[in-house]
Design a protein. Structure first.
Length: 438
């Protein structure tokens, strides 16, 4: 059945059942997943899914919503109508109108998707793993996989909003281990276009990073200035992103709540971060969220001060403002996070330093090593020690770094012009104080 016709039928059924409001989201996904080992494909699978979410309200503002497989559409609607009286009355509930849906984005759907052959997909995977092995024959590769998906979404509600969108995502990942260092590096490349992941020398670049770490070593201990490369900055930002929800800031579930009006949290005035949910070609870009709201550009940190946060429809109505368009999968989630960079490269910033600096390659264990309540930070890392004139004194394959992220983000020495897009985060390199090596 035509998806929009099905949505119209369900909305009419809800109206006939005297629901005061209703909305329906249908999501179709076709995907391909392949895994290789030692440059040979071990598994290649096509799959598809067809999901539907229905939401209904009664006259008191009570709501019920259910999600399931598309063939269950009518049964899900009936169950939601039966359960709606069990909800809590909310004067700010109900579907959105057309004024909240004026948005679109570009570059998120690779129109060539249906014409990309299986052989082309598998070549990206096997080439990446073989290239990694060729850098150093002693290196061991593992976890190399390729995945792509095309998702089509249709949305409609009882306020005559009708929306549809298609988007693609391509992903390659893998791990390379050096037996001599007993160290493995893992990385991921994702993009909306197949041509991008097919052209990036992913496997070779990963192995060369590992090869560089397998050089003459040195040691460092105590407080030291550090250069955080874009991949590390992006990982930190990705961990903080979900905590910019209004409810999280109100409940104080993270240290970011101290940045609310009247709070004592102040990062470096060099820091500026926005969420742009319609950034062309970006991983989390979309024309509308799961409630049919177009994402709005949102400044989260301005000049080191927490300024913005994500709002769902009901929260926004309670403040008499517009919802931010970040509802996905039943909760508020970041769109595309962009940290403003500087005007000079990382090399230029390092060349200006008069004291040694640790240049990180990557961080390990940040997810478990960051206490978002207090900002306490402890993680493993690898990198190199850089002395004045940007000369490498030695590699540091293993170190444990400690500090407090509040203090680190308050002691930004410089922002680099080197930026990279790591999944849904655009981040620059950042030179900071406030970290120590144990």
């Amino acid at each position: 059945m035509d998806r929009m016709a099905l949505i119209a039928d369900l909305l009419e059924r809800a109206r006939m059942a005297r629901a005061s409001g209703a909305e329906v989201l249908i999501t179709d996904t076709e995907s391909f997943h392949a895994v290789s080992h030692r440059g040979r494909v071990q598994r290649a699978v096509d799959s598809e899914s067809h999901r539907i979410t229905v939401r209904v309200w009664d006259a008191a503002g009570r709501a019920a919503w259910l999600e399931g497989e598309l063939p269950q559409a009518k049964a899900l609607l009936e169950q939601a109508l039966e359960r709606v009286s069990d909800g809590e009355a909310d004067p700010h509930g109900g579907p959105v109108g057309r004024s909240a849906t004026q948005g679109s984005t570009s570059g998120i759907d690779d129109r060539r998707y249906e014409n990309i052959g299986k052989e082309d997909r598998l070549e990206v995977l096997t080439t990446a793993e073989r290239a990694a092995s060729q850098v150093d024959r002693s290196f061991e590769t593992s976890g190399f996989s390729y995945r792509d998906a095309r998702t089509r979404r249709w949305f409609g509600n009882s306020r005559n909003v009708r929306l549809k969108e298609a988007g693609t995502v391509f992903r390659v990942e893998g791990s390379v281990r050096s037996p001599s260092l007993d160290l493995a590096l893992t990385d991921v490349v994702q993009d909306r276009a197949f041509a991008t992941v097919a052209s990036i020398p992913f496997g070779a670049a990963l192995a060369r990073r590992l090869e560089e770490l397998d050089g003459p070593t040195t040691t460092v201990s105590g407080p030291v200035r550090m250069m955080l490369p874009p991949r590390v900055v992006a990982e930190i930002v990705a961990l903080l992103g979900p905590h910019f929800r209004h409810a999280s800031l109100e409940k104080g579930t993270s240290f970011l709540s101290r940045g609310r009006s009247g709070g004592d949290l102040q990062f470096s005035p060099l820091l500026h971060m926005v969420d742009d949910g319609r950034l062309p070609g970006a991983l989390n870009s979309t024309g509308f969220d799961d409630r049919g709201v177009a994402p709005v550009p949102l400044t989260l940190i301005r000049d080191g001060q927490v300024e913005g946060w994500y709002l769902d429809v009901a929260e926004a109505r309670s403040f008499d403002v517009r919802a931010t368009g970040h509802r996905r999968g039943g909760r508020l989630m970041p769109g595309n996070l962009v940290v403003r960079g500087g005007s000079r490269s990382m090399n230029a910033l390092l060349a200006e330093q008069t004291e040694p600096v640790v240049m990180l390659d990557h961080a390990r264990g940040l997810i478990d090593g960051l206490d978002v309540k207090t900002g306490a930070l402890r993680f493993g890392a690898s990198g190199r020690l850089v002395v004045p004139r940007n000369e490498t004194r030695g590699m540091i394959p293993r170190m444990v770094i400690t500090g407090n992220l509040i203090e680190v983000l308050g002691q930004v020495v410089g922002l680099a012009s080197d930026t990279d897009r790591i999944e849904h985060v655009d981040a620059p390199g950042i030179l900071v104080d406030g970290l120590s090596v144990e």
